[in-house]
Design a protein around this ligand. Structure first.
Ligand SMILES: NCc1[nH]cc(CCC(=O)O)c1CC(=O)O
Length: 308
């Protein structure tokens, strides 16, 4: 039986919160003692360019995977939305934990909501998913790049560079920054990214003992919802350079998946939308929903929206 492990984590405040959260659950619920190994990733270092242009989501997880491969750590804790759809050979997601609020938040010092922003206001976001949805709601806005960890982004707002910014509600809540949220977008308005608000536990694929232990921390409704969401992205060859949103919710035993795709280059093109629902009971069923939604998007013209 596994009794002590090392958790590899990024060193942003949010990453450390997440790693400590998992560390506490490991101790309390599984009797596993965990030590944290903090590391800086390429994704943390590159702040001047849009992630989609320099290599995407994988930049936040690669160094952590190297630590797992070399045996310096046994577990990597990730925001699931930062985890690429295909993990490299030799790694697996052992569990997805119960989701925090999956929605996006409107943050501003001067305005209470998107609707209150004056004509032509400057909104900060480097997420293509947020950019295309913001422009679809308010074509008059100027959306300007905004990168860095949560504290950096809030500081850039406070320094006056933007009228408002959009951030994940989950990260703000976890860091006791919920007071910065002026309005929470309903998912119909600003559809979240696949996996938003959920944590993914990555381990080496050959670590069967740890996989078995961590499975007890998994939250099955979240795991199946995220499986469906991530399947949409996987089917469309999703990466950071695709403005894709996918969000699934349970209504009783029925999983309802919604997806929205913006144009990768022409950011003001109308969004393509798709919906799929079913009485899902396992991962294969969840993935099938995701593939249905992706097929709908293709029928509606996704081919011309994806980067060439
Ligand atoms: N892309 C960065 C990132 N990764 C996870 C979160 C927040 C927490 C989450 O959604 O799980 C954020 C910040 C943001 O998008 O505003």
């Amino acid at each position: 039986m596994t009794t002590s492990i090392t958790i590899a984590t990024r060193e942003s405040r949010l990453a450390l919160w997440q790693a400590e959260h998992v560390q506490a659950r490991l101790g309390r619920e599984l009797g596993i003692t965990a030590t944290l190994l903090g590391m800086t990733t390429r994704g943390d270092q590159i702040l001047d360019r849009t992630l989609s242009k320099v290599g995407g989501k994988g930049l936040f997880v690669k160094e952590l995977e190297t630590a797992l491969a070399e045996g310096r750590a046994q577990l990597a804790v990730h925001s699931l939305k930062d985890v690429p759809m295909e993990l490299p050979e030799g790694f697996t997601l052992a569990a997805v934990l119960e989701r925090e609020d999956p929605r996006d938040a409107f943050v501003s010092n001067d305005y209470a909501s998107l609707a209150e922003l004056p004509e032509g206001a400057v909104v900060g976001s480097s997420s293509l998913r947020r950019v295309t949805q913001l422009l679809s709601l308010r074509p008059d806005l100027r959306v300007e790049p905004l990168r860095g960890n949560l504290d950096t982004r809030l500081r850039k707002l406070d320094e006056g560079g933007y009228h408002a910014i959009v951030l994940a509600a989950a990260g703000l809540k976890r860091l006791d920054l919920a007071h910065r949220v002026r309005a929470v977008f309903e998912v119909e308005q600003m559809l979240p990214c696949a996996g938003q608000g959920a944590l993914g536990l990555e381990i080496r694929a050959d670590d069967a003992a740890l996989a078995e232990a961590l499975a007890r921390l998994a939250h099955t409704p979240t795991q199946l919802a995220c499986e469906a969401e991530r399947a949409v992205s996987r089917a469309l060859g999703g990466s950071c350079s695709v403005p894709l949103a996918a969000h699934a919710r349970w209504q009783g035993g029925t999983l309802r998946l919604t997806a929205a795709l913006g144009h990768a280059e022409a950011h003001t093109s109308p969004l393509l939308r798709a919906e799929a629902a079913g009485d899902v009971t396992d991962a294969a069923g969840a993935r099938a929903l995701g593939q249905q939604a992706a097929a709908q998007l293709r029928e509606r013209g996704a081919g011309a929206y994806l980067p060439g």
